[in-house]
Design a protein around this ligand. Structure first.
Ligand SMILES: [Fe+2]
Ligand SMILES: [Fe+2]
Length: 420
């Protein structure tokens, strides 16, 4: 269509007033935010490596979706104050229960079979029902987020199928699926279109507040045992270049531990401006990509990285600390320092000039670029979290680094005596 800039049906009045539109978008906003916090809270507790990676991608997409909805809602004569509110008590209960998923399968069915498909259906309907010309900004943003949702749901279905083929019984997640569906129905559905039930459902598992696990979980059926120390790839040829190169690939794959640390900061650090969560979601997804490029580089070399021991030292020793400390250690203690030589530049130059490994050269080039952003995020948010200036935070990060060094030395010593 040439007229109306290609926008179809400009004459239909559409279903939603500005007020109604804002109300619905606030529900979608809330749901994306809750899915985001749920994925962050669950990520270190989940076993399956591929699930951890996808949770990182999807929580980043949920954070971006919530951010764009927030911006649109404020264009609809809506006070930013209303963006802090939960739209409905039963909807809130649904997410308080969802985060209590106790297995990979429970989380998968709850998110990818119940909540996300219902959300996709609601936003698809919204795009059709709204006045196409005047509400084009909403249509455009829903188009983008529904395309993400469609890919996420397809991935989730594939993952559920894979787990079933590996012998897991869907029966074990059936009650969880039914409960979550029940909460959603009682909340009147995603848009509240069914009307909220006056029979408010009872709590199930959420009487106890969800807490981050004290230890990051690894899939013991498929992976080597978790370890606090850095791991090496055994039986490499005695070539220092090769040893350093493969070591770098393994170190990147181990960045899942940084992912889990960031997930804990997101979940435990309450009441920050949304921009903080969007930045950390981006940071987290970058670290997932670093872990995945480590994985890809190792697999391209034919190295079975999964059966090796799995590093969790970026999460386990930190989880009892304040989120501000966990974030300062990573972003200021490690990432800001990596901006100085040798740091990230030397890793990139090594891959390019010495190892002459085109895939790792490409990976490390972007890794370095990502880390510049992460250090900037750290400088932006850590003073905010501590209520102190950056100089103070840098000193805190140094204290944390020194403490960590001692802890790891003690751990290494213990390993030595334990194996003698
Ligand atoms: Fe990284
Ligand atoms: Fe980083």
């Amino acid at each position: 269509m040439i007229s109306y800039a290609g926008i179809a049906n400009p004459f239909g009045t559409g279903t939603y007033s500005v007020e109604m539109n804002s109300k619905l978008l606030r529900r979608y906003r809330y749901i994306h935010e809750q899915l985001f916090f749920c994925a962050a809270g669950q990520l270190p507790a989940r076993e399956n490596w591929h699930l951890k990676a996808a949770l990182g991608k999807h929580l980043y997409e949920d954070a971006e979706a919530a951010g764009s909805l927030r911006r649109r809602i404020q264009e609809l004569r809506t006070s930013p104050m209303l963006l802090q509110k939960q739209p409905n008590v039963t909807l809130a209960l649904l997410f308080e229960e969802l985060i209590h998923a106790r297995s990979d399968l429970e989380l998968l069915v709850g998110v990818y079979r119940v909540v996300k498909p219902a959300l996709l259906k609601a936003v698809t309907q919204h795009m059709t029902d709204t006045q196409q010309l005047v509400d084009y900004p909403t249509v455009r943003l829903l188009k983008a987020l529904s395309s993400d949702l469609r890919e996420q749901i397809a991935w989730g279905e594939g993952m559920i199928e894979t787990l079933q083929q590996e012998g897991e019984s869907l029966e074990l997640a059936a009650e969880f699926e039914n409960r979550i569906t029940g909460y959603l129905d009682a909340a009147g559905g995603i848009s509240g279109e069914q009307g909220t039930s006056t029979h408010v459902p009872a709590r199930w598992r959420s009487g106890k507040v969800y807490e981050m696990p004290k230890q990051a979980i690894r899939d013991v059926k498929k992976m080597g045992t978790p370890t606090m120390g850095r791991t090496a790839v055994p039986n490499l040829p005695e070539d220092p270049l090769k040893i350093r190169l493969i070591g770098m690939m393994k170190a990147r794959q181990e960045e899942m531990s940084a992912v889990e640390n960031l997930a804990s900061v997101i979940y435990d650090q309450k009441l920050m401006p949304w921009e903080f969560y969007e930045d950390l979601a981006r940071h987290l997804w970058d670290e997932v990509r670093h872990a995945l490029f480590g994985q890809a580089a190792l697999e391209a070399e034919g190295i079975d990285w999964m059966s090796l021991r799995q590093y969790v030292g970026g999460y386990d020793p930190l989880i009892e600390k304040l989120p501000a400390q966990r974030y300062a250690l990573l972003s200021i203690g490690f990432e800001e320092k990596a901006m100085r030589r040798p740091g990230k530049i030397a890793e990139y130059e090594f891959c390019r000039d010495e190892a002459k490994h085109p895939l790792m050269e490409r990976f490390q080039d972007y890794d370095w670029a990502d880390e510049v952003t992460h250090a900037a995020f750290g400088r932006k948010w850590t003073p905010e979290l501590f209520g102190e200036d950056l100089d103070y935070v840098r000193q805190v990060a140094d204290v944390e680094l020194a403490e960590r060094e001692k802890l790891f030395q003690a751990w290494a010593k213990q390993q030595e005596t334990g194996t003698q």
